[in-house]
Design a protein around this ligand. Structure first.
Ligand SMILES: [Zn+2]
Length: 170
């Protein structure tokens, strides 16, 4: 908890943007996250090892972040990390790390048999992020704001919030 807050407070983009290397080790970019309980819950004893081997690609394209379904590396919008709400960025990192774990386990990250809000891999990632949000003391209203993105329909948001048991204001 304290470590999580400490991490959130320090989160800012690094003068060291990767003009030379296309990807950087996760631990160079988001060092300290390996000590956060919510992250350790995902990877257990393998936390350091997984994060050391995880590569991060920064892109100037708008958007948030996602995990490559080809090799499991993390793709992050530099704009988002620099300008997004720090708590949102932190929760997104938690969410994406669940996807990293799923990728390692051989799960299909973008299973088109499901809608976004119902996809088991998404629900699991959101559940973990919401749990952490609650641990940080975020209200349901604030969590709902976090869940809402411009590409998600109101219907999907409602559906997702229902699954996650987050009370969104009407
Ligand atoms: Zn996701």
């Amino acid at each position: 908890m304290v470590r999580a807050l400490h991490f959130v407070q320090r989160l800012r983009l690094f003068e060291l943007l990767p003009f030379k290397a296309p990807t950087r080790p996760f631990t160079d970019c988001f060092g300290g996250l390996e000590k956060v309980e919510a992250v350790r819950q995902i990877f257990g004893e393998r936390t350091e090892e997984v994060l050391r081997n995880l590569r991060v690609e920064f892109t100037w394209m708008r958007g948030y972040m996602r995990v490559s379904n080809v090799d499991g590396h993390l793709i992050v919008s530099s704009y988002y990390v620099n300008n997004g709400d720090k708590v949102d960025v932190y929760l997104d990192l938690i969410h994406e790390l669940v996807h990293v774990k799923q990728f390692i386990e051989g799960k299909k990250l973008f299973d088109s048999d499901y809608s976004y809000a119902e996809r088991p891999t998404e629900v699991q990632a959101y559940q973990h992020a919401v749990e952490e949000a609650r641990r940080l003391g975020l209200s349901d209203e604030r969590i709902c704001k976090y869940l809402k993105t411009e590409w998600m329909s109101n219907e999907s948001l409602k559906q997702l919030a229902r699954v996650l048991k987050v009370k969104c204001p009407h």
